[in-house]
Design a binder for this molecule. Sequence first.
Ligand code: BTN
Length: 269
Amino acid sequence: MRFIADEKSAEKIKDVFKGEIIGREIIFFESVTSTNDRAFEIARQRENPEGIVVIADTQTRGRGRLGRRWISPPGVNLYFTVLLKPPFSPKESFILTSASAVAAATAIREYTGLDARIKWPNDILINNRKSCGILTEMKSGRDGINLMAVGIGINVNMLPDAFTDDIKPFTTSLKIESGLSFDRDKLLGQILAGLENAYKNLLTGNKRALINDWLRLNCTIGNKISVRSRAGIISGIAAGINDNGELLVGLSSGKIERVRAGDVTILKN
Ligand code: BTN
């Protein structure tokens, strides 16, 4: 399966998806350190970087959340970053992470038929194993509006041997789960289409549809969980998310704690 880094691929993505905002420019690289880093570099050279999508076939220093690395072998997976300039405060912009998770989970479900579910904030699990992660980073733009890099990594056609032993039990790919290989360009096109749709809804102030989609696709709410964040570890019941996509955790004291960033473990009841 030939993939990206050529014009044919760009055409294929545009067959599935013609974005007005996202994908106005799609830039392919065979290899980068991290698509998020390269996207921020490119943004510095553009008057208006909003909607630029940076894709790579492999990353030499792919980054995950909380300082972890993201294994990024060539020829098998999707690694891409979408640049956005949301006219919201940084706190309100956090909802774009939820929008990206909804777009990725929906595209995976529609294209592969697999039961992809969102674990707060933005891991996509299939049969309780992670197949996709999202790293959202923000910088102040020259014009004072924040520039957001939404970096998405999906294990598409990766085989078990490519995972390191420490993450093997918790990680999977679309191919491992289905026995089938998938066209990465087609999947990418569907994700970008979903993200464009969600972003346009958010720009017009329609958050409800997105939150409802997130709730329909999630596997976190209602469960007993523990959350590890910079502030430490808390345990309780995942009670819901608020309009900014923050997780609401019901503690045994009856207090509701709001969590903005962290790692959730779903505990057995
Ligand atoms: C996580 O779940 O920890 C987030 C993983 C995010 C990985 C993607 S791959 C494309 C983009 N570039 C990176 O260096 N990271 C993100």
